[in-house]
Each structure stands twice: as C-alpha cells, then as structure tokens.
Design a protein around this ligand. Structure first.
Ligand code: FMN
Length: 212
C-alpha cells in the first residue's frame, strides 16, 4: 500500500514543494512539527517501511556499540494477545492494591492495543560492560525510539509513544520476553491519520539553557 503523499518533510512545510530535495530549514521545521497522534487507522507501515524505520532507530548513539534495543512488532491478532497480557498485569496490580477490576476497566484494558493497526514495542536488552552503565543503554534505547518515530513520520505515518503503569508489570514483560533487569521503554502505536497535526506555540528556550 502506498502513502498518498511522497515527501512528508517538504509537504509539511511547503505545499508547493514538488521536488524531493529538502532544505535544512524544512528539516528543522519538520522536526519541530512532530506531534503525537492517538487516533490511528490503517494502513500500518509495510515490511519495507518498517525495515527503514528500524534501521534509522539502530543508528542512535550507542556507547561501545552494544545495540541495547529490541523491537517487537504487534499487529493483527497479536494485538489481542497483547491485550490479554495487559489485562493480566492490571489484574495483578489490582490484587496488590486489594481491589478488583470492574467490567469497564477490563474491557478498556483488553482493547488498548486495538488503538492502532501496529504497535512497535521497544525494549532494552542490557549487556554488562564496565564502561557502559545501564542508564546509558536505556538512554540509547530512548534515542532509538525517537529516531524510529521520526522515520515513521518521514514515511507518512503518525504515532504515539506510550508506556503507562502496566508496561513493566511482570505479565507484560513475560509476554515480550523481557528479562527482570530490562525495560519496556515504549509502545509506539503507529498507523495513519488524516487529521492535521496540531500546531505548537513558540518555545521560549531561555529558561532551559545556560551558556557557561
Ligand atoms: C517514555 C514515555 C512514555 C509515555 N507514555 C505515555 C502514555 O502511556 N500515555 C500517553 O498518553 N502519553 C505518553 N507519553 C507522552 C506522549 O508520547 C507525548 O509525547 C505527549 O502526549 C506530548 O505530545 P506531543 O508528542 O505531541 O508533544 C509518553 C512519553 C514518553 C517519552
């Protein structure tokens, strides 16, 4: 399946853009225009588009090239299995709190993965290295997630990075085959949106930046 627009970076900045060449300013404005979109439908990325996005993710800064990330693709029926893992996690959480899930919460939890045609779950696979503490490996995985999201957007898709309180519950980690020392860093819900991306106000960076 092909996307209706061929050069998302140029298109988002300049409706008149007809060539594939993109200026530096267009790239910067395009990065700034990224928004999370929760209302996602088909099409999901095809195999080649997914491969391109994961290749971009794997170019994230990575100390000692440990490649501390893994990607689990959930689509189709697997979304129902993931829903059952989330429900199991929610039930365990409720049990710890001495409560029970009501029917509404049960249904809602089971259906969470149906909010997009594809979910790319990004997890860590930490390795011991005397020069690379686990926090570096986690940050590297986070950088991979952002590259993934931008590469999906560059191919015309919308997405939202979610985790939530259930993500690192044992039942969910078990479903994704994630070890006790590792983390589920992202559920990247991805698909197609026909809504315009909401704008952002201008940023004032001065409070966040100090020149030493
Ligand atoms: C690690 C991480 C986990 C997140 N988990 C959730 C989540 O579970 N649910 C949610 O609505 N947003 C979550 N977000 C926030 C959204 O991805 C998004 O960044 C936020 O809603 C702001 O929207 P914007 O990306 O359009 O600026 C998470 C972000 C990060 C970095």
């Amino acid at each position: 399946m092909t996307q209706s627009h061929h050069h998302p970076i140029a298109d988002s900045n300049d409706q008149q853009a007809t060539s594939a060449s993109v200026t530096d300013e267009q790239v910067i404005n395009w990065i700034k225009s990224r928004r999370s979109i929760g209302n996602l439908s088909i099409p999901a990325p095809n195999a080649n588009q997914l491969k391109a996005a994961i290749e971009c993710a794997m170019t994230a800064p990575d100390h000692k090239k440990l490649q501390p990330w893994r990607f689990s693709i959930v689509e189709g029926q697997a979304r129902h299995e993931m829903g059952r893992a989330l429900l199991e996690a929610a039930q365990a959480q409720a049990e710890r709190e001495g409560t029970e899930l009501d029917e509404r919460t049960t249904e809602k939890t089971l259906k969470m993965p149906l909010r997009a045609p594809m979910i790319i779950t990004v997890t860590t696979r930490m390795r011991y290295h005397e020069k690379v503490p686990s926090f570096e490996q986690m940050l590297s995985t986070g950088a991979a997630v952002q590259n993934l999201i931008l590469a999906l957007q560059a191919q015309g898709f919308s997405s939202v990075w979610r985790t939530g309180t259930l993500a690192n519950e044992p039942a969910v980690k078990r479903y994704f085959n994630v070890g006790a020392e590792d983390y589920i860093c992202a559920f990247v819900y991805v698909g197609t949106s026909h809504c315009a991306m909401p704008g952002r106000g201008d940023f004032e960076i001065t409070d966040f930046v100090r020149h030493m």
